[in-house]
Design a protein around this ligand. Sequence first.
Ligand SMILES: Cc1cc2nc3c(=O)[nH]c(=O)nc-3n(C[C@H](O)[C@H](O)[C@H](O)COP(=O)(O)O)c2cc1C
Length: 138
Amino acid sequence: MSNLLRLVYVSRPTRPVDEAFMEELLSQARTSNQLLGITGVLCSGRGYFVQVLEGQEGTLLTLYARILADTRHEQASLLSIGLAAKRAFSQWSMAYIDGEALSPEIHTRLVSKALVDSDMSEQARLLQTALTTLRRAA
Ligand SMILES: Cc1cc2nc3c(=O)[nH]c(=O)nc-3n(C[C@H](O)[C@H](O)[C@H](O)COP(=O)(O)O)c2cc1C
């Protein structure tokens, strides 16, 4: 069995992000991710995308290369990549977090370079917490 990898990147959308844009992007991503065994979360808002992707090494890196070539965003910067003991977003083929709903402080930490700790980057941890909070609120 190959390795489970998790990566986090940040990028800037090249066009205005409205509801229709996100719906199309997420529905396509979720269908494809289910087939590929990819899980994660995408946060969009305040002029940035922050995405956590997790999956088997080869599949994940191939997908990441495809995402980097997507003209709907630019200036992608890899914030962290590493082996993961287990999936942090196992229940989500691609969860969504509205970046506008996060506090400005948390959003700033999300889009900045963060130190990678033993298993999960600060960004992945912050987004996992945000998801849990939003689910409780829902
Ligand atoms: C911010 C962003 C996140 C994306 N996330 C995913 C994803 O998680 N899974 C996926 O299959 N495609 C995702 N895509 C779409 C891919 O970039 C690409 O359009 C899709 O995989 C189809 O690739 P193809 O046109 O080379 O077949 C994302 C695109 C953007 C702009």
